[in-house]
Design a protein around this ligand. Structure first.
Ligand SMILES: [Zn+2]
Length: 599
């Protein structure tokens, strides 16, 4: 809004205040006169006449995506209420209202019979204009029709779990609607009417004495970081993948790795906030923030970065993987590939590229419990990111004092720790942007009813990694896609860095499930100046359970479409080999020879 516009609003505000003040003075005089000069008469009328007040509901602020696309708006409706003291014949009024409100007459009559002094009974919300007009035509002085609104989500299921919904009383109950309820809700006003109590039997409003006693203030509108186009791409690809894999569900998040702005946040199955009651309660909250999972191999990033920063693996130092290793009285194993679990001799880079559990467990044991814990915390695991929607989980990272060696080894390859998708993607963003932590957030601006725009402060990301470590890890993660477990994530004309994850699902109190897995892929592109970071998590795929097979192709599809939409120029010449999808070797433990979705 322009400065002139602001001044006009301020000016209008002053004029309005002056009118209101003059009105209050007049009203006070009138009440004084009523009370003093007609004292006996007024007392005789008691509470049943005099002044009637009712609320003026404030419209809720709208929610927009980053480009101004409406995500939550208000449909103008009405509420029907009654002043029981002014209803002359409750049975008659109830009989007239019953067919209009589609409510039994007896029920309405009960509501109209209130103790003296009750001047306001809400009979029905969300009444449309024709119905409101029909009720006005009854000319019953005891009936009051006030403005009301119904929240409408024009994009339906799109971003449902991000937006959340409001209850019948207009209060935000989930998602952004709940997280920003204080800003989105306006301040209710109050209407006042002086009734004519002078003529016996009359309860009519005195013309000219119906006035706003307190003006309502509409709620602030909110512009999210979300981009509906990217959200639609992510939801479409995720939904198709969950169906193709016969999976229980899926989650995907897209973020700007430089800023932590969430561009898309999707959960399948989703829900339509216009009709939230028809969907299971679990769908109302986004799994990306509320459902921690055991990350598996994607967590190897933390171990590898810690090892580089702490210098526990010297350049060229190798570990030999024979497929399994005993730690205490337990055995840890690598996944089966080419009929064998043994990865042979690998350096730190090779362990990430080939996703070797034994190697990473050995590195984690070199780091020890305290350093592993400190690095996990430095990346943000074990604490909430602070995203503006309720229900966020901090994940699970127990204090290091209680970690036996087997737990240190397990955490090294992503077992025995649980993370939210949002936390994991934020960790990869730190590597992508050259070492600064990012704080995922959903709100860009908040604009109040007077047009004042506020940019909520974004927490400054502290440096957690050196640029050298990040540059090195980016090359390693690029190799994962070029020659390792993530070849199905490769895009012909773009450089992509990322990591696969395949984790057996932990069963509460019953160890690990042998047939329930979580397959994931997380990565970013372009590698040198990343514009987009994406995580895809597929819950309980029924065919292949590997992240490289089930999740990597979804990542590729999302990245390819979203980067084109964002007009990010390609950063790799298309070779004949890449165009034919031959970059893929299938040399690892997490890639099955068949890719379910085109490469
Ligand atoms: Zn291995």
């Amino acid at each position: 809004m322009s400065a002139t516009g602001d001044r006009q609003i301020a000016h209008r505000g002053r004029v309005w205040s002056a009118i209101a003040a003059a009105f209050f003075l007049a009203l006070a005089g009138r009440l004084w006169s009523l009370q003093v000069t007609h004292h006996e008469h007024y007392l005789a009328l008691g509470e049943r006449s005099g002044v009637r007040r009712w609320p003026i509901p404030a419209p809720r602020g709208a929610i927009f995506d980053r480009n101004g696309e409406p995500l939550a708006v208000n449909l103008k409706l009405y509420s029907v209420a009654a002043d029981p003291g002014c209803i002359k014949d409750a049975a008659k009024t109830a009989a007239q209202l019953s067919p209009l409100l589609r409510k039994p007459a007896r029920e309405i009559e009960q509501e109209l019979k209130q103790p003296p002094g009750v001047r306001w009974v809400l009979l029905k919300r969300s009444v449309d204009e024709p119905l409101a007009a029909a009720i006005r035509r009854l000319r019953d002085p005891g009936l009051i029709i006030v403005d009301g609104w119904r929240r409408v989500y024009p994009q339906r299921e799109l971003a449902g779990a991000v937006l959340g919904f409001v209850g019948a009383d207009g209060k935000g109950l989930a998602g952004v609607e709940a997280g920003l309820d204080r800003r989105l809700s306006g301040v209710e006003g109050e209407m006042q009417v002086v009734l004519d109590g002078r003529r016996p039997g009359s309860r009519d409003q005195i013309p000219g004495l119906t006035q706003v006693r307190k003006a309502m203030v509409p709620g602030s509108s909110v512009v999210l970081t979300l981009d509906v186009q990217i959200q639609a791409i992510v939801e479409e690809e995720l939904k198709a993948a969950v169906e193709a894999a016969g999976a229980a569900g899926g989650t995907a998040v897209a973020m700007d790795p430089q800023t932590g702005e969430v561009l898309a946040l999707a959960t399948v199955p989703g829900f339509d906030p216009n009709d939230y009651r028809s969907y299971p309660r679990e769908t109302w909250v986004s799994n990306a923030v509320a459902a921690p999972y055991e990350p598996g191999s994607t967590f190897k990033l933390v171990t590898a970065c810690a090892a580089l920063e702490e210098g526990v693996m010297s350049r060229g130092e190798t570990v030999t993987c024979e497929g399994s290793r005993r730690v205490g009285n337990r055995t840890i194993s690598c996944a089966l590939h080419h009929g064998s679990r043994a990865h042979g001799t690998l350096d730190l880079d090779g362990m990430v590229v080939e996703s070797c559990n034994v190697g990473m467990a050995t590195v984690a044991l070199k780091l020890g419990a305290d350093r592993m814990h400190r690095w996990a915390r430095r990346f943000g695991f074990g604490e909430r990111t602070g995203i503006e929607i309720p229900g966020e989980s901090p994940g699970m990272l127990s204090p290091p004092g209680r970690w036996p060696d087997i737990q240190v080894a397990n955490i090294g390859f992503g077992q025995g720790v649980s993370v939210t998708p949002l936390q994991l993607l934020a960790a990869y963003c730190a590597v992508a942007n050259g070492g600064r932590r990012v704080y995922p957030h959903l709100v860009r601006t908040i604009r109040d009813a007077a047009g004042k725009v506020e940019h909520p402060p974004v927490r400054e990301g502290e440096r957690i990694l050196s640029r050298e470590t990040c540059d090195h890890m980016k090359r390693v993660l690029e190799r994962v896609v070029e020659e390792g477990t993530g070849t199905a994530a490769a895009i012909a004309n773009r450089r992509v860095a990322g990591k696969t994850g395949t984790a057996q699902k932990a069963q509460p109190g019953a160890g690990y499930s042998s047939n329930k897995h979580i397959a994931s892929f997380v990565g970013f592109s372009p590698v040198d100046d990343p514009r987009l970071a994406v995580l895809v998590v597929i819950d309980e795929p029924t065919g292949s359970q590997y992240g490289g097979t089930v999740a990597a192709p979804v990542f590729r599809a999302i990245c390819e479409r979203a980067l084109t939409y964002l007009r990010v120029p390609p950063d790799r010449p298309v070779t004949e080999q890449a165009a034919a999808g031959q970059g893929y070797r299938g040399s690892s433990n997490e890639v099955s020879p068949r890719r379910s979705r085109g490469a």
